[in-house]
Design a binder for this molecule. Structure first.
Ligand code: AMP
Ligand code: TRP
Length: 336
């Protein structure tokens, strides 16, 4: 029996942080044995907001290295760079012409990011979710593991596949695209900012202190946790809406220590911040240590990494070229 297919990706913008890891990459690692896994570095998405051309390639390699450092295994998963497989852009255009504009104008992430861009907001930013749909649909993905913030984009990908492609150009017995399901693991699905427990931890927050990057050295992790926002209450608890910071930090502790919530409560419910913070910082440092050691090793062998990405590209192209042909044929293009 063939394994169900998984596809996901992260943008190579800046360093990956704890939210990317706990919300996405950690779950990818767990799917590698039971699923046919494809992970891409979505560099075309990274240029939907102004970018630095001197940083793009460097960030792309470093993001791929981090995938491997977090436990993605090249003998189990296909890792590749989105822009290396030209079918992504091609399918994006075909889907663009089938997607109603108002579906995109409704996207929450677009509205949030567009505000920050003012008059300079690009067509690409509006189009971001269609490119993401193309990423997913090209590989006939059954499941897409992402954090909660991507749920709306996944719903869009499903609607495009079903309502705009399959029902218009295919038939029930012969669908053209596979309609994917989201896979959102509850724990870690939303890691919040260290400086505001009601905002998600994000690469684009100008305040470095708001996030733990996977490559932050131990001293910096300790410093960021020490400065993390707290409240005047004593004791820690989950899910009290009045105490978003307590809930977030406790949640992070639960995930990185691998302990059940009840055990975490037994240990920490009556702790003050002064006792809890060093405990959390320690747990984070220890959890990230192996990732950082792996990363240093991988990035020191860049040629090898580039070679693996080339192999990934070939495998990705094999699958993607079949899908793009199916869509072209269904839409009635003259054979090339
Ligand atoms: P991005 O950084 O936007 O490229 O996101 C890459 C992946 O990380 C996506 O699956 C996101 O849903 C996930 N992600 C980003 N930020 C967070 C966060 N604060 N908490 C949980 N998951 C996140
Ligand atoms: N939009 C996703 C994010 O910001 C990144 C992404 C692009 C993605 N293409 C994808 C995630 C395909 C999953 C599948 O997190």
């Amino acid at each position: 029996m063939t394994k169900p297919r998984v596809l996901s990706g992260v943008q190579p913008t800046g360093s990956l942080h704890l939210g990317n890891w706990l919300g996405a990459i950690k779950n990818w690692v767990e799917l590698q044995d039971s699923h046919d896994t494809f992970f891409c570095v979505v560099d075309l998405h990274a240029i939907t907001v102004p970018h630095d051309p001197h940083e793009l390639a460097k960030n792309t390699i470093s993001t791929a290295a981090l995938y491997y450092a977090c436990g993605i295994d090249s003998s189990k998963s296909t890792v590749f760079v989105q822009s290396h497989v030209s079918s992504h852009s091609e399918l994006c255009w075909l889907l663009d012409c089938l997607t109603p504009l108002n579906w995109l104008e409704r996207m929450i992430q677009f509205k949030e990011k567009a505000v920050k861009q003012g008059d300079n907001v690009s067509v690409g930013l509006l189009n971001y979710p269609v490119l993401m749909a193309a990423d997913i649909l090209l590989y006939d993905a059954d499941l897409v593991p992402v954090g909660e913030d991507q749920k709306q984009h996944l719903e869009l990908a499903r609607n495009i596949a079903q309502q705009r492609v399959n029902s218009r150009f295919g038939s029930e017995e012969k669908p053209i695209l596979k309609v994917p399901e989201p896979l959102i693991i509850k724990e870690g699905a939303r890691v919040m900012s260290l400086t505001d427990g009601t905002a998600k931890m994000s690469k684009s927050d100008p305040n470095e202190g708001s996030r733990i990057n996977l490559l932050d050295p131990p001293e910096l992790i300790v410093k960021k946790i020490k400065r993390a926002k707290t409240d005047p209450m004593i004791g820690l608890e989950f899910d009290n809406p009045e105490r978003p910071e307590a809930s977030n930090l406790l949640n992070i502790y639960a995930i990185v220590s691998g302990l059940e919530r009840q055990l975490v409560l037994n240990e920490c419910a009556s702790m003050g911040w002064g006792k809890f913070k060093p405990l959390l910082a320690d747990a984070l440092v220890e959890t990230l240590r192996p990732v950082q050691t792996n990363y240093a090793e991988i990035i020191a062998n860049k040629t090898e990494l580039i070679d693996i990405l080339k192999q990934g590209r070939e495998k990705a192209e094999e699958v993607a070229s079949k899908t793009i042909k199916r869509v072209r044929d269904a839409m009635g293009f003259l054979e090339a």
